[in-house]
Structures are given as structure tokens and as C-alpha cells.
Design a protein around this ligand. Structure first.
Ligand code: SAM
Length: 276
């Protein structure tokens, strides 16, 4: 079938994944060199520490549902670059965008912990995080998911139809800015918001949520990729546009007196924000 491939191996997109890859390359390169055995052993130890963490987190975390596992598998088999080049998707998409098992389970836990009933997601992709959060919502809970790319939105909707929790999700196709304005004009508000879309838009999404009261008074905002592969704390000169956008977003949040926040090193960085 066009666009579908054997499951390709995902490239590392987190600080830990990149660190593990770099250390493994060093172990292999230096193995052939004449170095004190102690140095080689220390390097191997460092590599094993980094390589072993993600599999151990997977092992110690509750398994994802069958619907989430099937969605992750289907997303990994899709040939996203062909879709983009063929003009079927409007944004350059890749399987690595999917949040996955650990982050999905963390988001589910946050929904349970906050007892959220109304959730807003900015950046749905194929719907993994939306479905994970919907699984934790009560039967009368509602999740509105914003996605600019129609192909991806339909991909997600097909997966939602396969889940008993899918009918809690309403997909809004279009630029998130427009959807947020529409929701604010309708006087809507949310107990929990997950921001995971274009990094250049993060500061505006954050300010709109607070300025237009889309965030309920005791609500939480959770923001993905706030470590952006380590770029915000590495050399400014080596930052990509997304790395720079995240560095600016993190600074904006850290200096905004309306909120308090914590940056957790989950996957590519997850910041949790609450209004003071
Ligand atoms: C990192 S992915 C989201 C991953 C998803 N939350 C998950 O966990 O699987 C980012 C998504 O945001 C979407 N996006 C980018 N810019 C957008 C915008 N301006 N408005 C709405 N969605 C946008 C992209 O099309 C992409 O599907």
C-alpha cells in the first residue's frame, strides 16, 4: 500500500536518547584504541547507564492499552516523508512526534490526579496523547484536540473510532490560534491543557490561555519538548529555530509572575504550569 513501510527504527529525539547514542559511538570508537582498561570500563559503565534507563522505565510503567499500542504501531509504519512530499500533509511530520508509552501514561496520571473533566490539546498528530488522556477522563469528560494537518487529523479520528474512549475526543482541524480564539469567544475553559504543536507558537498559546481565561482558575498547563534535545542549555550558536523558540518559551514562563512551574526530564522535557 502506498505510504506504508516496514516499521522503521525511530531516531533518538530526547537528551537521554542522544546521550546514549553518543556514548555508544564513543565506546565502539575507543574500543580499538590503546587506552587504560579503567578508562574503557568507565566509558562502558556510562554508556550502559544511559542505554538502560528508557527500557527500564518502559518495564516499570503500566502497559499501554491495546488501542494505544495499535495507534503507535500504525503511526510508525506510515511513510510520513512521502505524504509531505506528495502534498497530502501540510506540515513536515515524522513518527518521532508521537509522545509514546511513558509520556502517555504520565499524562493519564495527571488527568487522574487533577480530576480534570475538560482537556484541551494543542497539537494532536495521530492522536496518541489525546487518546491516552481520554482514557483517564470520566464518561462525561471531554477533550478538544487542535490539529492543523487534515490527513493526520483523519488518521487520529480513525483510531479514536476503535477505542471505547474515542467519543470523548472532538478534533478541531485548523491553526490552533484560530481554534483558541473561537473557544475563548464561546467562553470555554479547560482544567488541563497539553501544548505540543509548533514550537514558535508556544509563547502565544501560553499567553492566550492565561489572558483569555481558557485555563480554568485551578487548571494546569503541561508543555512538551521543553528540553528540545538539550538545545536550551547547550551552546546558543548550535540551536535550531525550534531550540531557540523553546529557550525563549522557558524564559517567558520562568519570569512570568502569574504562574509557578516545574520542568520534568520526561522524554524530551515536560513542563507543568499552574496559575498562582
Ligand atoms: C509533536 S506533534 C504532536 C504529538 C502528539 N501530541 C502526540 O503525543 O502524539 C505536533 C503536531 O502539531 C501540529 N501542528 C503544528 N502547527 C500547528 C498549528 N499551528 N496548529 C495546530 N496544530 C499544529 C502538527 O501538524 C503535528 O501533528
Amino acid at each position: 500500500m502506498k505510504g506504508v513501510v516496514d516499521k522503521p527504527i525511530a531516531r533518538p529525539v530526547t537528551p537521554l536518547g542522544i546521550l546514549a547514542q553518543e556514548l555508544e559511538a564513543l565506546v565502539q570508537a575507543l574500543d580499538k584504541e590503546t587506552l587504560p582498561a579503567q578508562i574503557k570500563q568507565k566509558l562502558r559503565n556510562a554508556s550502559l547507564l544511559a542505554l538502560g534507563l528508557d527500557p527500564y522505565l518502559e518495564q516499570c510503567t503500566t502497559s499501554e492499552s491495546a488501542a494505544l499500542a495499535a495507534l503507535a504501531d500504525k503511526t510508525a509504519r506510515e511513510h510520513w516523508s512521502n505524504r509531505f512530499e506528495g502534498g497530502e500533509t501540510v506540515v513536515a511530520l515524522e513518527q518521532e512526534m508521537l509522545s509514546g508509552h511513558i509520556e502517555g501514561q504520565a499524562l493519564k496520571m495527571f488527568i487522574h490526579m487533577t480530576k480534570a473533566k475538560r482537556v484541551l490539546e494543542i497539537g494532536m498528530f495521530t492522536g496518541y496523547s489525546a487518546l491516552a488522556m481520554a482514557e483517564a477522563l470520566p464518561v462525561d469528560g471531554k477533550l478538544i484536540a487542535c490539529e492543523v494537518d487534515p490527513y493526520t487529523a483523519e488518521f487520529g479520528k480513525a483510531a479514536f473510532r476503535e477505542s471505547p474512549h474515542g467519543d470523548k475526543i472532538q478534533v478541531e482541524i485548523g491553526p490552533a490560534r484560530e481554534t483558541l480564539d473561537k473557544l475563548a469567544a464561546e467562553g470555554d475553559s479547560f482544567d488541563f491543557v497539553f501544548i505540543d504543536a509548533d514550537k514558535a507558537g508556544y509563547v502565544e498559546y501560553f499567553n492566550t490561555l492565561l489572558d483569555k481565561n481558557l485555563l480554568a482558575p485551578s487548571g494546569f498547563i503541561c508543555v512538551d519538548n521543553t528540553l528540545l534535545q538539550g538545545q536550551p542549555y547547550l551552546s546558543e550558536a548550535s540551536r535550531t529555530a525550534n531550540g531557540q523558540a523553546i529557550a525563549e518559551f522557558n524564559h517567558t514562563v520562568a519570569t512570568d509572575e502569574r504562574v509557578e512551574q516545574v520542568l520534568l526530564p520526561v522524554r524530551d522535557g515536560l513542563t507543568i504550569i499552574r496559575r498562582l
